[in-house]
Design a protein around this ligand. Structure first.
Ligand code: PHE
Length: 496
């Protein structure tokens, strides 16, 4: 057995001399140590070695809550009501009068309490067959509250019936539970030889002064247990999702892209019509999209609305024949929370139709999803486009492959897909632990999208899920873990 350290020796000596178990405060007093952690540490050390035994006692302290303080000041509700009853003739003790004389929140609750004390309501009037009995109960309750108004009282010194009565009423009392620990010497502790408790002059800390002289050569050093469990200090760090976003940004910037962003609030026109998503497309319904009450309508230049109307109805300005049907400009003006970040890239082209560009953005999008292991109503997309004369499908695929391989996933494959705004359309998958996982959509914008925006160049476009990628990188199987503010869990996620 490792020898006792000085603190343990000191506490052991005190426990041996005491006929009763000693708690933290008596031990602090006896030792004169101001840091209770030293007392507890030493006493626990002795307990672990079987030299002291620990007893824990739970105690409950009762104190007044907010309503309790009010009752101590203004009188307990049932007392005030009984006094009110007494002050009027029986025929004037009506429910209507009580609701007039007491405040709304009090009247209902108070009558409820009176009824539990034997007061009855007969023909809209309150009757107290045992007024004396009710009054004396109200007095006992008042005395209970008044006793607590000076200072909290341990539960075992109070009337248990009244404590449990008030515990059921909101805000009157609060119960504070605590555990008090005390230690006493065990047989084994009592049988230690006196020499084992002699404190030795140990060096606890190696300081420069000490090393300058020679005195240390003959001294004893406090042993350190390098295997003792110690708390892991929690340093600050960026949220893992933020680190991932930063890494993605670094990768695209390195690949020569510029960053763009946009507002969460958009019109249906820019979010959908500009992308040639038909107005009766199922994704446009309330079940999928968060439409806004404010702003319910958004301003859109009339030339844009005319253009979308023409393109949707008959392919105006393009070689397409459009979707047919009737285009509704009011539908375009509706305000919504963007459902994808493709709205940002489309607006970027609209603003820069004749300059080539390679832009990306990581942004939040909103959809009416039921929250589960893989879905959230708010999530992020990694969006981007290449808008230039020589843009092509192979260029798109190579770009995405390069991106994912820089993120650490070099097995990328694409499969044919469908989006109303791209042709061809592809789905991008990466190989993860032997399975192909779908991470997003991409394609070449259709002429119905690009020509009305004023460009004849092809546009490579993609929109990938960020959270999906984060789950792979961080090894999570529940998307919600990314958004739970559990510092312990977050601190253990890998640093990206
Ligand atoms: N906007 C699509 C989505 O939200 C992704 C996408 C972007 C597809 C660009 C094709 C082109 O899933």
């Amino acid at each position: 057995m490792k020898a006792l350290d000085n603190r343990e020796k000191r506490i052991m000596a005190i426990l041996r001399d005491s006929t009763i178990p000693l708690g933290v405060s008596s031990l602090s007093e006896e030792t004169g140590w101001t840091d209770q952690a030293h007392v507890v540490g030493a006493a626990m050390g002795l307990t672990d070695r079987g030299l002291a035994s620990l007893s824990e006692e739970e105690s409950v302290l009762v104190k007044l809550g907010v309503e309790g303080h009010k009752a101590a000041r203004d009188g307990l509700l049932e007392m005030r009501m009984l006094e009110w009853l007494q002050s009027r003739d029986p025929q004037n003790r009506s429910m209507a009068a009580i609701s007039e004389d007491f405040d709304k929140t009090e009247a209902g609750a108070g009558v409820g309490i009176l009824r539990s004390m034997g007061v009855r309501i007969v023909g809209g009037r309150l009757e107290a067959p045992d007024m004396q009995g009710a009054l004396s109960e109200a007095e006992r309750r008042t005395a209970f509250i008044m006793a607590l108004s000076d200072s909290p009282i341990p539960a075992n010194e109070l009337d248990e019936r009244l404590t449990s009565h008030f515990a059921k009423r909101r805000g009157l009392i609060e119960l504070e539970r605590s555990v008090s620990r005390s230690w006493s010497a065990t047989e084994k502790g009592l049988s230690l030889g006196a020499e084992e408790l002699i404190e030795i002059d140990q060096i606890n800390e190696i300081t420069p002064d000490l090393l300058q002289g020679d005195a240390w050569r003959t001294k004893e050093f406090k042993p350190f247990d390098i295997h003792a469990p110690a708390p892991i200090p929690l340093g600050g760090r960026p949220h893992p999702l933020q680190s991932l976003i930063d890494r993605i940004r670094a990768v695209f910037l390195e690949m020569g892209f510029s960053e763009i962003s946009g507002n969460f609030v958009q019109s249906a026109g820019w979010n959908m019509d500009a992308l040639f998503i038909p107005q009766d497309h199922p994704a446009r319904t309330m079940q999928d999209t968060f439409y806004l009450e404010d702003p319910a309508k958004m301003e859109i230049e009339s030339s844009r609305l005319e253009q979308w109307e023409g393109t949707h109805e008959r392919g105006m300005g393009t070689t397409s024949s459009g979707w047919g049907g009737n285009f509704d400009k009011d539908e375009s003006r509706r305000g919504l929370l963007r459902t994808h970040t493709t709205v940002n890239t489309v607006r970027h082209i609209a603003e820069n139709p004749s300059s080539p560009s390679r832009v990306f953005g990581v942004g939040r999008v909103f959809r009416q999803e039921t929250i589960d292991r893989t879905h959230l109503p708010e999530f992020h997309q990694i969006e981007g486009i290449i808008h230039e004369e020589s843009a092509s499908l192979p260029m798109l695929i190579t770009t995405l492959r390069t991106f994912y391989s820089k993120m650490g996933y070099s097995d990328v494959r694409v499969r044919p897909a469908y989006f109303p705004y791209t042709e061809p359309s592809i789905e991008v998958e990466i190989l993860w632990r032997g399975k192909w996982l779908e991470l997003g959509g991409a394609g070449i914008f259709r002429p119905e999208v690009t020509q009305p925006l004023g460009t004849d160049w092809p546009v490579c476009a993609w929109g990938m899920g960020l959270e999906r990628l984060a789950m792979l990188i961080l090894g999570l199987d529940d998307i919600r873990e990314l958004y739970q503010p559990d510092l312990m869990v977050l601190s253990k996620m890998p640093i990206l």
